[in-house]
Design a protein around this ligand. Sequence first.
Ligand SMILES: [Fe+2]
Ligand SMILES: [Fe+2]
Length: 475
Amino acid sequence: MSGIDYSEKIPNNVNLSEDRALQRALEQWQPSYLDWWRDMGPSGSQGLDVYLRTAVSVDPQGWAQFGYVKMPEYRWGIFLGAAQTDRRIHFGDHKGEPAWQDVPGEHRANLRRIIVTQGDTEPASVEQQRQLGLTAPSLYDLRNLFQVNVEEGRHLWAMVYLLHKYFGRDGREEGEALLERRSGQQDNPRILRAFNEETPDWLSFFMFTYFTDRDGKFQLCALAESSFDPLARTTKFMLTEEAHHMFVGESGVARVIRRTCELMNELKTDDPARLRAAGVIDLPTIQRYLNFHFSVTIDLFGADESSNAATFFSSGLKGRFEEGKRDDDHVLKGQTYQVLALQDGQLVEKEVPLLNALNEVLRDDFIRDSVAGVDRWNKVIEKAGIPFRLKVPHKAFHRSIGALAGAKVSPSGRLLSQSEWQAHVDQWLPSASDRALVMSLMGRVVEPGKFANWIAPPATGINRQPADFEYVRFN
Ligand SMILES: [Fe+2]
Ligand SMILES: [Fe+2]
């Protein structure tokens, strides 16, 4: 079951050839997907030979094979994680019943919405990142960008497979619509706000893959608990791909920081103007990018109080992060959770039913996980002997969704007046001049083993290749 059949038009491990109607429907969707890739995939990349990994098995060990691929010829396919025999529902009102191999009628609309919302983020990020290849700081980074892009494309395939197989005509229509929406477009945008923001430069890209792909990890982990077994198995395999995306983000930001610290020590200065003149990104600017991406990403978890979240959990559609490792009753009725609220001009903690607060629970799990990487970035600064520390902003900072939407709160959590906010916002979020500075540093470096001035080389290559390996061939 874990082996993948590459002899077919659509590589898969789901015995696609045994379901002719489904196979035909997906083979009809395939050219539309490739058209979308040509239009909205990485700019100017069609003819490049890229050293990419391709899945050859869904086993945790050794699933990847590396080789040069022209991206339009990448073998996108349908890979489900191994089936678990006699899998049972382990949370919510159906706890103890067998997991569903098909979609129960009463949960059809909600499941479809969950799958479409997840599916929509995948092509969105490819669209957001499509110009980055033109300013890649090295071949190593260019290859990593493309790896992330082809895998987000495959994640779209994963969701479209579920839509086609389990949702009939509605599902096929959703599959088409996923190729029609466009990130940032006025009349037909992507569904979620963070996926309509631009990713114009590489610092944004690294922050995005660190924070926003990590949102993906938490959403996928919650769906990997689902009672709808095909969704659980699909998302389990997607998670193995997601790990690399977050690695690209974490190591990318770490390398930017390392290079800045080198220059700070060399020039014996922490003056942003001097560092910028020397062609690196000063630490306060990195902090502002962090503030932006963190705050926009935590909005993705949705409103802090949500009856939908309660329904999704109780009906068994979406669990909590690591549901199986928690030692409560997994039904959660009658329990409470603390959320933040605005009351009489103050931020206060408020107790609400736990089931209604499950978006907040997932957001808090995400925050704990993302803080750990920020601590690792701080180790780089500390090792350079520089007395500066990065910090994730307060949960209420710069929020657009839920009870805190629109509240003016400083990164340290102080409630502000509109005028105080205006007076300080350029210290907290990237200003137009920050963005212009970062953009001005971007320039394509294509000589093997060379890196742009603003970023340090990685500790090791991909697939243990040497530093000067030719990750992308321009022919
Ligand atoms: Fe993804
Ligand atoms: Fe991702």
